[in-house]
Ligand binder design. Structure first.
Ligand code: B12
Length: 252
């Protein structure tokens, strides 16, 4: 027997719930005023040309290029990271949006004085490990939040991490490891930093890493999600020390 389900639903007055698409959810989060709305949409769609076009129009209209970074580009990217945190959109979307937003930041920097970075963060993937997608997101989110990121790349020898920390004096170091064999490099980094008297907060994450492992070394703070990296950098800026960072970012 052929049954038309929509007729049954109408008869019993059942409302069919219409699921929202990611685009519709994003549109509800865009700011109402222009050019912020158009630029936020261009970031969400990963359309760098449209981001630049929107910025050009705003600057022609008298907007301060550096102000646009904080007031328009960052809030636009936040919509993308919020939707990623909620599981609405996926990795490739975040990467495309981050690229479009970073192009926008470069454009604004060229048009005005470079903004004063909130602080410097060194990011790396553990020695022996080539899995760098998570680290790239961490670096993009930190940049989007206004931090100056020194990205050492993947499979970074412990010696190079130590040398970079000594050279750059970052407010924070991040490490990513996707393999149970490579994550032990973090302990070595920790010990070598302590030997040199450097007590930089060292946030570690990536598929293989868990909180139990990270609590085994003094400088380690576990980061479950990429979005925890800018949150921790902000906490350091707000004056939190290692013990308080562990308190805030570790599950008890
Ligand atoms: C893609 C991938 C690859 C790609 C990597 C490409 C690249 N450029 O990264 C390629 C094909 C090269 C590859 C190679 C290998 N891979 Co591989 N790979 C994967 C796979 C499928 C996905 C990993 C990934 O990118 N996930 C997505 C990212 C976004 O996740 P993430 O890095 O964990 O990051 C998230 C969080 O952890 C967090 N995060 C990450 N870092 C940080 C840092 C901070 C500070 C914070 C706050 C948060 C944070 O933020 C991100 C999002 O929120 C996994 C399987 C899986 N399902 O995980 C296997 C996997 C990781 N690979 C594995 C293996 C064994 C290998 C190989 C050895 C295979 C081989 N025999 O040759 C080689 C390794 C070579 C090497 N020396 O590194 C194993 C590791 C097993 C283990 N536990 O040790 C896995 C788990 C597959 C498996 N089930 O066996 N791989």
């Amino acid at each position: 027997m052929d049954v038309d389900p929509s007729k049954i639903l109408v008869r019993y007055n059942v409302q069919k719930e219409k699921a929202q698409t990611p685009e519709e959810m994003a549109a509800e989060m865009y700011p109402s005023e222009e050019p912020a709305k158009t630029i936020a949409a261009a970031i969400f769609e990963g359309e760098e040309d449209d981001v630049i076009e929107g910025l050009e129009k705003a600057i022609e209209g008298g907007a301060d290029p550096i102000g646009l970074i904080d007031d328009v580009l960052m809030p636009g990217m936040k919509i993308v990271t919020d939707l990623y945190d909620q599981g609405v959109i996926f990795l490739p979307n975040v990467m495309m949006s981050a690229d479009a937003m970073l192009d926008g930041i470069e454009f604004c920097k060229e048009q005005g004085a470079a903004p004063k970075a909130k602080g410097k963060v060194v990011c790396h993937v553990a020695e022996g490990d080539v899995h760098d997608i998570g680290k790239t997101i961490v670096a993009a989110l930190l940049r989007a939040a206004g931090y100056d990121v020194v990205d050492l790349g993947r499979d970074v020898p412990v010696d190079e991490v130590i040398a970079a920390v000594k050279k750059e004096s970052p407010m924070m170091l991040t490490g990513t490891a996707l393999m149970t064999t490579t994550m032990y490099a973090f302990k070595e980094v920790n010990d070598r930093l302590l030997e040199s008297g450097i007590k930089v907060p060292f946030q570690c994450g990536g598929g293989a890493v868990n909180q139990d492992f990270v609590t085994q070394y003094e400088l380690g703070v576990y980061g479950e999600e990429a979005a925890d990296a800018p949150k921790m950098a902000d906490a350091i800026l707000a004056g939190k020390g290692l013990a308080q960072l562990k308190e805030s970012f570790h599950k008890h």
